[in-house]
Write a protein that binds this ligand. Structure first.
Ligand SMILES: Nc1nc2c(c(=O)[nH]1)N[C@H]1C(S)=C(S)[C@@H](COP(=O)(O)OP(=O)(O)OC[C@H]3O[C@@H](n4cnc5c(=O)[nH]c(N)nc54)[C@H](O)[C@@H]3O)O[C@H]1N2
Ligand SMILES: Nc1nc2c(c(=O)[nH]1)N[C@H]1C(S)=C(S)[C@@H](COP(=O)(O)OP(=O)(O)OC[C@H]3O[C@@H](n4cnc5c(=O)[nH]c(N)nc54)[C@H](O)[C@@H]3O)O[C@H]1N2
Ligand code: SF4
Ligand SMILES: [Mo]
Length: 721
């Protein structure tokens, strides 16, 4: 039987698989041994795709709400009726109130994001946003762009292996985020490549690490500046790079002098000796690479912390060297084909919070702020948002302060939601559209996002129900609304825009079209190193900007800095009596992708309940048993998760998993508020003054035993039923 080469998007993506099709159905999947990133490997999420595609609860046709909002009553409608109604309503809002009153929200890195941005542009709304971005990848990407005009990642693929990896606020052995697949770091561990891990919570990487730095959550910026201080003071940096290729070296040195090891030890609660040891280890490893994650981004210090951390491998001479922290190759324009057609007046209307990386002043991208855009629905300020289109985003679960999100979504006049399954967010919509899963979509994308090693092919091998790719829906709506989308079909976009541009950037692939690309499955252009030595850095000064001239121009601090986050034992000591513990949220798990997959039985069985990690001493102090249910409460609200005692977990820190809801609890609520970590988090300002990130980690909480085990009973009935 013929096999089709398909790139998986069960997570951010990166694995190639071979799919077999019989009678119009996918009947087999095996990881492609030639897949440039996975090399014949896969995870359980990818392997469950057949179960996902043909799941009895999958959305397979459009629905229109019939009962009152949130009543869970729906009627089946045709695509034609759905699109006609959406086009007509959006057209009316656009005409009567202005296109800015229509907002768009998406989730994390999906194949259709370019078209999502394009649709916002042709619609004429500046209010397109995402539940990730500002707190996920955005700050790291922006830090890279501000420092050197590029993004960078670990060189796992070249002939030279990394000499060591600094893992900071990330758990890539589970998250394999953005195409840096889990296998790659696991291979590095097996090979004995030394790791330095900065993470308050133990995991398999902290256990394998040469050095583990379990810092106080939210203090990463201070630690990074402290490490830079030691490197600069003890002259452990690359002199040639510093002298010839950086801008603002002496200013940075002066700034870092405020972060001597004694002060940093006090802030981070790490022993001073460990901080010095970390700096010495970092200086001694060549080439050193960096794996960094969301923990440093989900904070009011996001962009400056990311900038400070990025400077560590750069100043030690590891930027874009073989086996080091290498520049993204930007093979194809898959992530950025947005037609920036908004007038300056419209750009000014963006509900960006005025943050320089959101409002277009310090970045060529415009980005509405998710919390503030939602807030405008509720308050009408700065003007009312009347309609929302959500694609690939379980807003009620993934945006900070879920009770606020609920209030906002309930106040919407018109809400269109597109997903594979019904979710608690979908239940608040007016129209729900069925989305195509990855074997049902034609697309080209590059991975990993950090380093761009390959361009990969997704191809539609079957049709399931009436499901459609999100990009097709944006195209179709544009046509019906008479908007100039610039192409007639997804195939034309792939051939004439993405692959044509790929051919211009990589002449060896000139003339390639999607039919040819499907047969190849992927391409892996050759990497060249130290490119900045030939053409300088893509910054205003042509240098690696330690002092950011872009931030300077926008009025922000041009040097990396750190401030105590808004709700810590230091900044809110007044809360300690009631909320004595530090709460972190997030913590990815293997079977799930954020809030996805809770209804996929084979996956759910592996991790049936949300786990709340803490040390035994912390748990016992509050009467909690290992495996018992625990209430976790902040000033915003209370949820329950199942306690998990972790041997090396530092005292006084509690970790709540994010993304939880319970499909088995049934419509309309699906238990959205039982274990959802975002009931506990803060969405309101203060935000990161540069990029608008909000604080979903490093908060204050209290815990108490919850004797009620009904969540387990309900699950058991569902899984056995
Ligand atoms: N407290 C806390 N909050 C967080 C985080 C945290 O660590 N802690 N992490 C943040 C981060 S990093 C992110 S990226 C966001 C994630 O937030 P989101 O990206 O919104 O992720 P999900 O909530 O899983 O929503 C994705 C939904 O989209 C659907 N979906 C998946 N692929 C497609 C597709 O191709 N088309 C369509 N139409 N639907 C699709 C899924 O079925 C799912 O219901 O959450 C953020 N929120
Ligand atoms: N299997 C799976 N893979 C995924 C996802 C998934 O849900 N499941 N989600 C995807 C998405 S959207 C993203 S953004 C990535 C996220 O990938 P990661 O960034 O790896 O996300 P997390 O595991 O949430 O957090 C990483 C680590 O941060 C630590 N941490 C918490 N607070 C702090 C702190 O204050 N400082 C420091 N230094 N560390 C802290 C946590 O203990 C955790 O080990 O993963 C992606 N990949
Ligand atoms: S790691 Fe991601 S891309 Fe690979 S099989 Fe799993 S879900 Fe698919
Ligand atoms: Mo994310």
């Amino acid at each position: 039987m013929p096999e089709f080469k398909c790139a998986c998007r069960g997570c951010h993506g990166g694995c190639m698989h071979l799919l077999t099709v019989e009678d119009g159905k996918v009947v087999g999947i095996r990881p492609d041994p030639d897949g440039p990133l996975n090399k014949g490997r896969a995870c359980i999420k990818g392997m469950s795709i057949i179960e996902q595609m043909y799941h009895p609860e999958r959305l397979t046709h459009p629905l229109r709400r019939v009962g009152p909002k949130g009543s869970g009553k729906w009627e089946r409608i045709s695509w034609d009726d759905a699109l006609e109604e959406i086009a007509e309503k959006l057209g009316a809002y656009r005409r009567d109130y202005g296109p800015e009153t229509i907002a768009l929200i998406s989730g994390t890195g999906r194949h259709h994001l370019s078209q999502f941005w394009r649709f916002a542009n042709v619609l004429g709304t500046p209010n397109a946003t995402s539940s990730g971005a500002l707190i996920c990848l955005g700050p790291r990407k922006n830090a890279g762009e501000l420092c050197c005009g590029h993004f960078a990642g670990v060189d796992y693929y070249g002939e030279t292996r990394p000499g060591g990896i600094l893992v900071w606020g990330a758990n890539p052995a589970i998250s394999g985020a953005d195409g840096e697949l889990t296998f790659l770091i696991k291979d590095a561990v097996k090979e004995g490549i030394p790791l330095i891990v900065v993470d308050p919570k133990p995991n398999e990487l902290t256990r394998a690490a040469r050095l583990w730095l379990p810092l106080r959550p939210g203090t990463d910026g201070a630690l990074a500046l402290g490490i830079l201080h030691i490197l600069l003071k003890e002259e452990l940096y690359d002199r040639e790079f510093a002298e010839n290729w950086t801008y603002g070296f002496s200013e940075l040195k002066e700034r870092c002098a405020q972060y001597d090891p004694d002060r940093v030890a006090e802030i981070t609660r790490l022993p001073k000796e460990k901080i010095i040891e970390a700096a010495h280890l970092i200086a001694g490893i060549k080439p050193l690479a960096l794996e960094w994650g969301t923990a440093i981004e989900q904070s009011t210090n996001a962009v400056q912390t990311c900038r400070a951390i990025f400077m560590i491998p750069a100043l030690t001479g590891n930027y874009d060297v073989p086996g080091g922290f290498v520049e993204s190759m930007e093979i194809a324009p898959t992530a950025d084909i947005l037609l920036n057609r908004l007038s300056p007046e419209t750009v000014k209307k963006c509900i960006s919070g005025g943050y320089p990386l959101c409002d277009g002043t310090a970045s060529p991208k415009l980005f509405a702020h998710p919390y503030m855009t939602l807030d405008a629905i509720r308050t009408g300020k700065p003007y009312p948002i009347r309609a929302l289109i959500s694609s690939a985003n379980n807003t009620l679960i993934s945006v900070a302060d879920s009770r606020h999100t609920l209030e906002c979504l309930q106040a919407l006049e018109f809400f269109v939601y597109m997903d594979f399954f019904m979710t608690p967010t979908a239940q608040l919509a007016d129209i729900v559209l069925p989305a195509a899963l990855w074997p049902e979509v034609d697309s080209v994308f590059c991975m990993p996002e950090f380093g761009d090693v390959a361009a990969l092919c997704m191809q539609k091998v079957v049709q399931v129900g009436e499901c459609r790719a999100d990009e097709e829906v944006f195209l179709e709506l544009s046509k019906r609304m008479g908007l100039d989308y610039g192409a007639e079909s997804q195939r034309e976009i792939l051939d004439n825009e993405i692959l044509a541009e790929l051919g211009r950037r990589r002449p060896e692939y000139a003339g390639i079209d999607f039919e040819t690309f499907k047969k190849l499955g992927f391409i892996t252009p050759e990497r060249t190193y130290l490119n900045y030595r030939k053409r300088g850095f893509h910054t205003p000064t042509g240098k690696f900007e330690l002092w950011s001239t872009v931030l300077e121009k926008s009025g922000a601090d041009p040097l990396p800095s750190w401030e105590e986050p808004p709700e810590t034992p230091v900044s809110r000591s007044d809360l300690l009596e009631d909320y004595p513990l530090i709460l972190i949220t997030g913590s990815r798990t293997m079977p799930f992708f954020i809030s996805n997959n809770r209804q996929i039985r084979s996956l759910r069985k592996r991790h049936p309940f949300p786990l709340c990690a803490m040390s035994e001493t912390t748990g016992k102090r509050y009467g909690i048993e290992d495996g018992g249910w625990v209430f976790i409460e902040t000033e915003r609200g209370r949820i329950t998760q199942k306690a998990q005692f972790l041997p090396d977990m530092p005292e006084g820190i509690v970790n709540a998993e994010m993304g939880w809801w319970y499909p088995e609890a049934g419509a309309p609520g699906y238990g959205w508020d039982e274990s959802n970590a975002n009931i506990l988090t803060i969405g309101a300002p203060p935000h990161d003054p540069i990029g608008g990130a909000y604080q979903v980690r490093a908060l204050l909480c209290r815990i108490a035993p919850n004797p009620d085990r009904s969540i387990e009973d309900r699950y058991n009935a569902w899984i056995n039923g």
